[in-house]
Design a binder for this molecule. Structure first.
Ligand SMILES: [Zn+2]
Length: 173
């Protein structure tokens, strides 16, 4: 290790929800996040929210233009099928404010790479390459159309238009 100096105050990074939950507070100080993440924390991690409330997280909504930009990119890569509306908003915040994104979600890392958003992972090593995805039927193997919208149910992609079997996401070759 050449440089082991801890970074204390990190201003202006966009943090995903797993970063809000597991990052040390001094690293979260001054970070940007979406008000939807705040709601998520209030609902699922109220004790953590009490602590988070004590530091200066900036809860900001991304503008429509950046949401549209990220939605278009995730349609292009096929990641949209595995992203939630909150994920899209977090990415939109990063692109809009030209911030580093902190996330362990490999789909979000993928979109970040694609959109030239600088990113860092919370706990994992992160992705090494840009990936593209397609939606394929588990029955007839037909490649189905990539959805237009992010999904609420990350693992339910619906049914094949051709044969009605379940769909799954596959890495494009
Ligand atoms: Zn099918």
């Amino acid at each position: 290790m050449v440089n082991n100096t801890p970074r204390h105050v990190v201003e202006g990074e966009v943090v995903d929800t797993s970063a809000l939950i597991s990052w040390p507070l001094e690293r979260l100080f001054g970070s940007l996040a979406s008000p939807k993440q705040k709601n998520e924390l209030i609902t699922n991690h109220p004790e953590r929210m009490d602590i988070i409330d004590a530091i200066e997280i900036k809860w900001e909504n991304p503008d429509k233009e950046s949401i549209r930009k990220i939605t278009d990119i995730s349609k292009e890569t096929g990641d949209i099928a595995g992203l939630s509306q909150i994920d899209i908003e977090i990415l939109a915040l990063a692109i809009e404010n030209d911030c580093v994104l902190i996330t362990d979600d490999y789909r979000m890392q993928n979109i970040a790479e694609y959109s030239k958003i600088e990113w860092r992972s919370v706990n994992t090593d992160g992705i090494k390459n840009i990936w593209e995805w397609e939606i394929v039927c588990m029955g007839c193997k037909m490649v189905n159309k990539t959805p237009e919208k992010p999904s609420d149910k990350k693992n339910d992609l619906g049914e094949c238009l051709e044969c009605g079997s379940k769909l799954k996401i596959r890495k494009k070759k």
